[in-house]
Design a protein around this ligand. Structure first.
Ligand code: SF4
Ligand code: SF4
Length: 213
């Protein structure tokens, strides 16, 4: 039979000792965070929502290889790759990610997918406010995950920088979209031509300017 713990203090001191703990805690630094009114900055390497990155001219880095999906232990990623064409190009190489989804009802934000990505197309941001009341809303699509356009970028689809190849993109030789680059018509999505000049998108380069290698 287990031995009863010995009570070393007289009975009347026990309640006083309990209040002593409370009293000491009153003078300690408060740990309560006033979230969401006050938001703290996360650690620089915090694992938050994913982002699909672009090259400096706006073309997408994702090549639709599905390595991220295979690396995911939670089966949270769904990728469908497709071939680029001269009329509809989303990435510098042969293939691009036509469909890309991450299910945040499954994702445990472990980061294995970003380690598996060969092109650094997939990285993680510091955004952590992912809660939602609907399972469907927790499935983020490519449009939601794709990085926004920065200065010098043109939205996909559009042609590769004239005079360059896929390797030049990965060597960092393309630093912005070629002058005259415009968004092509996305035939697969049935988008309507916005620009008056719809000749763009053929095999002709957007500009004669050739990048120096
Ligand atoms: S962070 Fe982890 S769980 Fe989430 S999609 Fe990437 S590999 Fe899967
Ligand atoms: S995000 Fe990276 S690993 Fe995933 S399909 Fe695209 S290129 Fe491949």
């Amino acid at each position: 039979m287990a031995e009863e713990p010995k009570d070393t203090k007289p009975g009347f001191q026990n309640p006083v000792a309990g209040f002593g703990v409370t009293f000491k805690a009153m003078f300690k630094k408060r740990l309560t965070e006033q979230y969401p009114e006050q938001q703290k900055t996360t650690a620089p390497r915090f694992h938050g929502r994913h982002q699909l990155n672009r090259h400096p001219d706006g073309l997408e880095k994702c090549v639709g290889c599905e390595l991220c999906a295979w690396a995911c232990p939670a089966d949270a990623i769904y990728v469908e790759g497709a071939d680029n064409t001269d009329e509809e190009r989303y990435s510098p190489g042969e293939r691009y990610g036509r469909v890309y989804q991450i299910n945040y009802a499954r994702c445990i934000l472990c980061g294995l997918c970003i380690e598996a990505c060969p092109t650094r197309a997939l990285t993680m941001t510091n955004e952590f406010e992912l809660a939602d009341s609907s399972r469907a809303n927790l499935i983020y699509t490519k449009e939601q995950l794709l990085a926004g356009l920065e200065e010098g970028m043109v939205d996909t689809p559009h042609a590769i920088y004239p005079g360059t190849d896929e390797q030049d993109y990965y060597r960092g030789l393309v630093t912005e979209a070629a002058p005259g680059t415009e968004r092509q018509v996305a035939h697969s999505k049935g988008e309507v031509v916005q620009e008056a000049d719809s000749t763009f998108g053929g095999t002709e380069p957007a500009s004669e300017k050739v990048i120096g290698r």
